[in-house]
Design a protein around this ligand. Structure first.
Ligand code: PLP
Length: 422
């Protein structure tokens, strides 16, 4: 393997040999620890993307690393043709952790979403009595649920869809955060599920009204329709509670505080479930839903393997033991307060929104302007990595292990850079 000695060289190699399916900021990273990343020239950065919220526990967390190394030298993959001695304990651990009866482990987030779609359809035919091949799933406009052919079929991002057809049928799109539109769509007796992100991360951290989740679930329940929460980005303490569907409860364990918790019929997790070490995703549901899947009807060679499940248990232990939800809640408030002051002062920053440590600042320029990109390049020069999402929106999502002092330092950097752009 060629040794990389400069950013320029690494970028050139990716340019020449890699598919151009991403447009990265011109920074080449070589090392991560906690809230920090280092580039090949030795410059240190605060990470404000956390690999799209996959490293909530911070980079290279020692406890997760130890779990990975130990299991890597013991047993990594058996396939599901046989039992192994880690999967059962993992299934018990994760179902108790999140308060569901059953789990189906996969690898990537998109696979988790595909799994939920398959379960919902099968449930619709076998439990709800929908005629074969007629099942419909309601989704929200501007959703992001992954990149497979079925999932992009119900995206409305032209870039994600164009020339990837023919598209999978059976999806109804409604505006996000619109319970009336949901109720209208639920009139169709062939609807089997409503699939939704409690906060739309990729779309630009669109945070719905306080009661959107609770009311949506109630409307679904009334029509015998499954409420599926895609918490791949919002879950695992990111938004200041264990799950975004926990509402205003910031305890780290699973609880069912009547006033705030909305239990989905299916919960999809990915990203931070393994703290950035190994792709793990999971669908959680109770028996009446999960039991529609029988042997041979769904699976994955790597899904539920000993290495991934050991890593996931360690990653979830870290979230609980280090009280990451509480920290995200406290720091998120400080971040939005400081950003609000900045927005009030500099017209180039239009507004700040979000929950916990999943936040975004909207830049006051057209969606196709390069202003947000230019700001992110300047932020990187000043030692902070963030990435625009959808043109003029910058998402700020640091690892949840950040300290208050570090956060203030980061707010100083952001303010200083924004001031240059006024
Ligand atoms: C990232 C993400 C996915 C897809 O996960 P992958 O691991 O990239 O396949 C799905 N849904 C949401 C909400 C996400 O943020």
């Amino acid at each position: 393997m060629q040794t990389i000695t400069s950013s320029k060289q690494a970028i050139q190699l990716e340019d020449q040999y890699g598919a151009h399916n991403y447009h990265p900021l011109p920074v080449v990273l070589t090392k991560g620890e906690g809230v920090f990343l280092w580039d090949v020239e030795g410059k240190r950065y605060y990470d404000f993307l956390s690999a799209y919220s996959a490293v909530n526990q911070g980079h290279c967390h020692p406890r997760i690393k130890d779990a990975l190394i130990e299991q890597a030298g013991t047993l990594t993959l058996t396939s599901r043709a046989f039992y192994n001695d880690v999967l059962g304990p993992f299934e018990k651990y994760i179902t108790e952790y999140f308060g569901f009866e059953k789990v189906l482990p996969m690898n990537t987030g998109a696979e988790g979403v595909e799994t939920a779609i398959k379960i919902a359809r099968k449930w619709g035919y076998e439990r709800k009595g929908v005629d074969e091949n007629r099942a419909k799933i309601i989704v929200a406009e501007n959703n992001f649920h992954g990149r497979t052919t079925t999932i992009i079929s119900f995206s409305n991002d032209a870039n994600a869809r164009k020339n990837f057809g023919p598209y999978t049928a059976g999806f109804i799109k409604i505006p996000y955060d619109d319970v009336d539109a949901l109720k209208e769509a639920l009139q169709d007796p062939e609807v089997v599920a409503f699939l939704v992100e409690p906060i739309q991360g990729e779309a630009g951290v669109y945070t719905p009204s306080e009661d959107f989740i609770r009311k949506s679930k109630a409307a679904c329940e009334e029509k015998n329709v499954l409420f599926i929460a895609d918490e791949i980005q919002t879950g695992i303490a990111r938004t200041g509670s264990l799950l975004a569907v926990c509402g205003n409860c910031s305890c780290e364990g699973h609880c069912e505080r009547q006033s705030t918790y909305t239990k989905p019929d299916m919960l999809i997790l990915g990203k931070a479930i393994s703290g950035g070490f190994y792709p793990v995703s999971a669908v959680l549901a109770d028996r009446d839903v999960m039991d529609v899947i029988k042997p041979g009807q769904h699976g994955s060679t790597f899904g539920g393997n000993p290495l991934g499940t050991k890593v996931a248990m360690a990653a979830l232990e870290v979230v609980r033991d280090e009280k990451l939800a509480q920290n995200a809640r406290k720091l998120g408030q400080i971040f939005r307060d400081r950003m609000q002051k900045m927005v009030d002062k500099f017209p180039i920053a239009k507004l700040v929104r979000g929950k916990g440590l999943l936040n975004a600042v909207v830049i006051n320029d057209s969606e196709d302007s390069s202003t947000a990109w230019d700001i992110c390049v300047k932020l990187a020069e000043n030692g902070l990595l963030a990435k625009p999402t959808h043109g003029n929106i910058i998402r700020f999502a640091p690892p949840l292990v950040m300290t208050e002092e570090q956060l203030h330092e980061c707010c100083d950097i952001i303010e200083r850079v924004i001031a240059e752009f006024k």
